[in-house]
Design a protein around this ligand. Structure first.
Ligand SMILES: Nc1nc2c(c(=O)[nH]1)N[C@H]1C(S)=C(S)[C@@H](COP(=O)(O)OP(=O)(O)OC[C@H]3O[C@@H](n4cnc5c(=O)[nH]c(N)nc54)[C@H](O)[C@@H]3O)O[C@H]1N2
Ligand SMILES: Nc1nc2c(c(=O)[nH]1)N[C@H]1C(S)=C(S)[C@@H](COP(=O)(O)OP(=O)(O)OC[C@H]3O[C@@H](n4cnc5c(=O)[nH]c(N)nc54)[C@H](O)[C@@H]3O)O[C@H]1N2
Ligand code: SF4
Ligand SMILES: [Mo]
Length: 742
């Protein structure tokens, strides 16, 4: 006898609806795309099939682990929490909260429980230093959205299914499946754009798998997109092709844009970008002429020398062609559940209100570059970080200059990790608290639906009952937060949950832009019912959204209870225009040329005049069977030929005596690693590519499969000091390297 269950895949932004076949022994025997799912209609990628294997992975941490000698021993929850209370408590009592750092990893964005727990936890540890991969990812977009729209997480999404013209820069959905653009089967949707007579262009130093679904590939020298985009803006303005349409009455800053790109002509940028002037003019004119168009920039645009300017100029192009907030352009979703990230932080959007102790990096939206963490641990002096909490993160692999962090972690007074594995980072922890199996917890993507190409939603029930003998994963965050607050054990997580929930209800009632103005907090809390934790929070998020029931005021509106009746998802239709009402800037207008961003144009001009020509630069890449630094312990995903190779153009290989399959030594200002060469004309000459997320063959890692396919850790040679200053973001792409046979 077998049964079936339905579950959202938590591994990427496509949020596929999966159908799991389960046998009598509770083994997941088959994972399929659910053809009846209203959002993904049967789509899945190889990673989705790993859901069952991860659940069964013998290496997955299932009980708390406490460091003993060179390894770990299993412990009870009471013992592990007791040790954390004692040791973490000591650090905070002796050195203050600033001596505590927290690293919040990427899977938090894909975990219903963790994403609900973080907004509770972070205020509880107020004063601690917060690090995240944001500064190795989308922080330039957050900066731009905060300043231009007044919402740091409102990042306009290409209206993929209705656009006539799509330009992709620095994104490779053939591997990533789309990012800040949530859609299953992005490649099928690119094919559909072309089938309906539209055009798809990919600007990338590498001829990626996405290019196979495009009309044109424009190779570009890494880090120079802002020059290309600036020249395109210039062409459109100079040739009188700009048309802001309905955006014009509420847009500020067009003159400042004009000044910023003055003199940045196609002819002037051709040499630096490697894109000839005629091509740049043609791209600009085609964009302006398209009935509708969407320019989309992703991580290759963010994590480079001019990440903020490049991301900004993408917005500028969308605005001056009238494509922001219009059907077929780039649009703002209206998710079923209002994301908690859409609330303005109480301190506002901050820039440079404090600096990191060691390198003096100014904070940007509360964060400094993630690589600062290592130096804040290993540099002696007042204010040194002495304790670390990692939550679903693997910074010892994923962060630039990872070797320094790896060496620094053992010097901490105390480290606790909430994770699924003993990996390159958590091997240094004093205590590891296990996350929960994906199949033993409910799921809702409260963050990701705000980047979806249609308004939709899906709540998944746990496939197997949650383990009754352990706390829920969100409760771990509450416990850690309470411990930092000096609370004695056992922690009453329900009390904290009530406290935070009640506070949130009050904030919502006090916010005139939200629909509960003037209501009674106690009444709302009572109506929220008996659920606790993430479920109650999600119900609140749904009920206050434009789709929600507004706690009884719109009886036809949505609640979590109603969403749960639709395990195969709900479709709330295509995206709809939201401006100008949605804008939350001080002026109430679209701020197209924020000073903080435009000020960086001087740096770009220096770069243009210097026209630096590095002999060889390195970029990264992703693969559809991998997921940052993990999922490498799933044999069906990692087996086959080595994917952690250095891609080298034949010309560059020949010039250096590198042969396909042979080992190469790659050296940067940060260090040197050896990786096998893969000679390939998919790279543009002068650019090599090594993926991040590998290097599993280090002492103490309990990943039986991953150790057999270790690869090398690219972040050992990614410099920690190449920063896009306006966003504090690491330029992990486009740094100079030398390569020689090893
Ligand atoms: N050179 C270079 N470096 C990069 C990038 C790049 O392009 N180039 N990309 C950057 C980007 S975009 C990102 S997002 C970061 C990612 O970097 P990190 O955020 O550090 O995340 P991962 O490497 O994905 O590690 C995820 C960890 O979370 C654990 N985990 C997974 N799911 C769960 C869960 O449900 N609960 C718990 N408790 N733990 C869980 C895994 O076991 C693993 O240890 O890497 C960045 N690093
Ligand atoms: N299978 C899989 N899916 C994933 C992930 C994964 O690791 N594996 N990671 C997830 C995460 S955390 C994220 S943030 C997203 C990222 O999603 P994407 O942004 O789509 O990420 P990539 O596939 O790395 O594509 C980045 C592209 O930028 C190009 N590039 C590098 N430098 C430059 C440059 O200077 N200019 C231009 N124009 N292009 C450049 C690279 O060649 C690459 O093709 O993917 C998510 N999805
Ligand atoms: S594309 Fe793959 S990893 Fe992403 S949600 Fe779908 S099955 Fe999961
Ligand atoms: Mo990411």
């Amino acid at each position: 006898m077998t049964t079936t269950a339905h579950r959202t895949c938590p591994f990427c932004e496509a949020m596929c609806g999966l159908e799991l076949t389960i046998d009598d022994d509770r083994h997941v025997t088959v994972v399929r795309g659910d053809r009846e799912d209203v959002w993904s209609r049967g789509y899945l990628c190889p990673k989705g099939t790993a859901l069952g294997r991860l659940h069964e992975d013998p290496d997955r941490v299932r009980v708390p682990l406490i460091r003993e000698g060179d390894g770990f021993r299993e412990a009870t929850w009471d013992e592990a929490l007791g040790l954390i209370a004692e040791r973490l408590g000591d650090v905070v009592a002796e050195h203050g909260r600033h001596a505590l750092a927290v690293y919040i990893g990427n899977p938090v964005a894909h975990s219903f429980q963790l994403a609900a727990g973080i907004p509770v936890f972070v205020p509880m540890v107020d004063g601690a230093q917060i690090y995240s991969p944001g500064t190795v990812d989308q922080w330039p977009q957050n900066v731009l959205s905060a300043l231009a729209f007044g919402h740091m997480w409102a990042i306009p999404v290409p209206d993929l299914d209705r656009t006539d013209h799509l330009v992709i820069l620095g994104g490779n959905p053939s591997a990533s499946q789309g990012s800040l653009m949530a859609a299953p089967d992005v490649l099928g949707r690119l094919d559909a754009i072309r089938a309906r007579g539209g055009r798809v262009t990919v600007v990338d130093p590498r001829r990626t798998g996405t290019v196979d679904h495009a009309d044109e590939w424009v190779p570009i020298r890494p880090g120079t997109d802002a020059l290309l985009l600036g020249a395109m803006v210039g062409v459109i303005l100079d040739e009188g092709l700009a048309d802001l349409g309905r955006l014009a009455p509420f847009t500020n800053g067009l003159d400042a844009v004009r000044d910023a790109v003055a003199g940045v002509t196609p002819e002037r940028v051709a040499d630096a970008t490697g894109v000839d002037a005629a091509t740049i003019r043609r791209l600009a004119r085609a964009l302006a002429a398209a009935p509708t168009a969407a320019v989309y920039g992703r991580i290759g645009l963010c994590t480079q020398e001019f990440g903020t300017l490049a991301s900004w100029l993408v917005l500028v192009l969308n605005v001056i062609t009238g494509n922001l907030d219009r059907t077929g352009g780039v649009m703002f979703p209206t998710p079923l559940a209002t994301s908690l990230t859409s609330f303005r932080p109480p301190q506002g959007f901050t820039f440079g209100t404090w600096r990191s102790r060691v390198r003096g990096a100014p904070e940007v939206l509360g964060q400094v570059p993630a690589a600062c963490l290592a130096e804040e641990i290993d540099t002696p002096g007042e204010g040194r970080v002495r304790a670390l909490v990692t939550i679903a993160g693997n910074p010892a692999v994923s962060m630039p200059d990872a070797g320094r962090l790896d060496r620094a972690l053992p010097s901490l007074d105390f480290m606790v990790s909430v994770d699924l594995f003993v990996n390159e980072t958590t091997r240094h922890a004093d205590v590891i608290l296990p996350g929960e199996s994906f199949l033993e917890q409910p799921h809702y993507d409260s963050l990701i639906w705000q980047f979806a190409i249609r308004n939709g939603a899906r709540y998944s029930e746990p496939v197997f009952p949650p383990d009754p003998d352990r706390p829920r994963e969100w409760e771990l965050l509450v416990m850690l937060g309470a411990i930092v607050n000096g609370q004695p054990l056992p922690i009453d997580t329900a009390m904290w949950d009530d406290l935070v929930f009640g506070g949130l209800v009050q904030v919502i009632i006090d916010d005139p832009s939200l629909p509960l103005g003037g209501r009674d907090a106690a009444e709302i809390v009572a109506m929220a019912g008996a659920a606790r934790g993430p479920d109650r929070m999600l119900d609140l998020q749904i009920r206050i959204s434009p789709h929600g029931d507004h706690f009884g005021e719109r009886p036809d509106g949505w609640t979590l209870a109603r969403l749960r009746e639709h395990p195969k998802g709900v479709d709330l239709g295509p995206l709809e225009p939201r401006l100008p009402e949605f804008l939350a800037t001080d002026s109430g207008r679209l701020e197209l040329a924020p000073d903080h961003i435009v000020a960086d144009v001087d740096r770009l001009r220096v770069r243009l005049d210097a026209a630096r020509r590095d002999d060889l630069v390195m970029i990264g890449r992703r693969h559809v069977r991998s997921n940052n630094s993990w999922l490498h312990n799933v044999e069906i995903l990692v087996k086959g030929r080595d994917r952690c190779t250095l891609l080298v153009h034949p010309r560059d290989a020949a010039a250096r005596g590198l042969v396909d399959g042979g080992p190469a030594r790659i050296t940067s200002s940060a260090g040197s690693v050896v990786a096998p060469v893969e000679v390939s004309d998919e790279m543009m000459p002068g650019v090599v590519s090594l993926p991040h997320g590998w290097g599993h063959d280090v002492e103490g890692v309990h990943l039986g499969v991953a150790r057999r396919y270790p690869g090398v850790n690219a972040n050992l040679i990614v410099p920690g000091d190449r920063i896009d200053a306006p966003s504090a973001t690491h330029a992990v792409n486009g740094f100079p390297v030398t390569v020689e046979p090893a």
